[in-house]
Design a protein. Structure first.
Lengths: 77, 77
């Protein structure tokens, strides 16, 4: 099972939209984790190490896909 | 069948990465079309009407998801 991690910061508008991207992923092949960095600030350093510069971001197979531009990760600290 | 359209402009680095996003979509539910706007400039106005501001972009269920930032669509004209 591959792992897909979706990092966000709770913006209601972007959540409703980006859930469409998650919903479109093949759940038979991907284990999807959703991390709210606004609430789980302890995960920010993990996200930064993965290369996340802004949220929302989809982390897939070791690569970072910044989706649109919500908030810079430094603003979440 | 839902439709997912991926617009790009041929950048080899981003293509190899973004193909991971397409590969992760559930092909049982989505009919995936890939449009190279650098070659098919006739599709640029269609992309602009859909709300595409830059490539690469994933167009899914009527919403536009700009992935990272490659090139502004005005630079493709």
């Amino acid at each position: 099972m591959n792992k897909a991690t979706f990092y966000h910061a709770g913006c209601p508008v972007s959540i409703s939209a980006e859930q469409q991207v998650l919903e479109a992923l093949d759940k038979n092949r991907f284990d999807i984790e959703i991390v709210h960095l606004g609430e789980k600030t302890s995960h920010i350093s993990e996200a930064e190490s993965a290369g996340v510069k802004s949220v929302p971001t989809l982390f897939l197979n070791g690569d970072v896909f910044h989706i649109n531009f919500g908030a810079a990760i430094r603003d979440l600290k």
